[in-house]
Design a protein around this ligand. Structure first.
Ligand code: 2BA
Length: 109
């Protein structure tokens, strides 16, 4: 079994959850905040059997779109090392940032 941790844009979350649930893939939604943009995003936890793993990845890839977002000027990002541009800058965000972990045990009590 795998645990997929998928960080996606809020705009894609609802449709993505719907499609995953339609395919019988259980999902938990967390409201999260990206460290760079300091803007809201959505983190989904998916526990999937190995043979559903590729289907879950296909759905994530199909639903999650890349979008341009404006990163605020560093004045509002005090303490963030390595960011020196004095102007807001455009960055591409997403489709999805995905981590896949092997699950030792899956227990429901
Ligand atoms: P944020 O940290 O808010 O980053 C939003 C977007 O800003 C990133 O999109 C990337 O295009 C850009 N970005 C991030 N750090 C940057 C930097 N130091 N310089 C220039 N541009 C930078 P994505 O890569 O698609 O990431 C979307 C969100 O996924 C991130 O939001 C963060 O919440 C999460 N994420 C990405 N990589 C991660 C990682 N290695 N570990 C944990 N979370 C991660």
């Amino acid at each position: 079994m795998k645990l997929i941790i998928a960080i996606v844009q809020d705009e894609d979350a609802s449709r993505l959850i719907g499609q995953l649930m339609n395919d019988g893939i259980g999902v938990t939604k967390l409201a999260t905040t990206g460290g760079f943009l300091r803007a809201g995003n959505t983190t989904l936890l998916l526990g999937v059997e190995d043979d559903h793993m590729q289907r879950a990845m296909d759905i994530i890839e199909e639903v999650c779109k890349s979008r341009k977002q404006i990163a605020p000027s560093p004045a509002s990002m005090v303490g963030l090392p390595g960011v020196y541009s004095p102007y807001p800058m455009e960055v591409m965000v997403g489709g999805a940032t995905v981590f896949v972990l092997t699950v030792d045990q899956f227990i429901k009590l």
